[in-house]
Design a protein around this ligand. Sequence first.
Ligand code: SF4
Length: 271
Amino acid sequence: MTDPREELGAIAREARTMLERERVRGRERVTFDADSAKASEVPPRPPGIAPAAALVLPGFETLVPQSLPTFGPPPSQLLATRDDLPDDLGTLARMVSECRKCGLCETRTNTVFADGSARARLVFIGEAPGRDEDLKGLPFVGRAGQLLDKMITAIDLKREEVYICNVLKCRPPENRTPAPDEVEQCLPYLEQQLALLKPALLCALGLSAVQALLKTKASMTSLRGRTFEYKGIPLIPTYHPAALLRNPGLKREAWEDLQRVRDTLRARTAS
Ligand code: SF4
């Protein structure tokens, strides 16, 4: 007859082998909590973990995934209003209009804060103002803006029902790509806008905006056609309307992205 202690020893060895296998697979946070294990106790299950995830070896040791990945970012990474900026959009816009944090203040005509509804569920975010926007103080008002209006209409919305803004609030000279330090200086304004708006969905227009928001250097080819998350808010990248004007061949993919925007928005706002 097999010695029970040998049987238990074999179970323990098997458990350790399983643990090592999980560690090699990258599940570093699966812990082997032999010290606290007791024969009759099953530790409380962490929220969101299915019962089968807790493996109990009766009478000996307990393998408990104490912390398995949960969905979504932790609360500290969710978008929250900042204490160092105004907590209403009007005051924030006035602060931006006087901002001199980066060199773009020297060459701007107007700051460009936003356009659209403060109750919008969908926010379009471009890279930076262009010449027309700089002159008028409004985002997306030139030819690219007219195309954006058509894109918005194509998903059964009106310009006044969405919110439109840019990562940068001042025009870079000659419409050059924003420098990283300019993005870093200006991004808190956008974050505060979004935290106050609490939109259901973001649509980033153009590679520069997507890269600034997602902090990536990936190409548009690899980014579009997918849904990302920006501080707890779904984010769908697509081409900047100006790129569609330069290269109409991209419109088919842009329409696919817009359909994704429309469907995601409907799903997130359905009651
Ligand atoms: S681009 Fe942004 S950070 Fe730079 S001056 Fe304009 S508002 Fe300020």
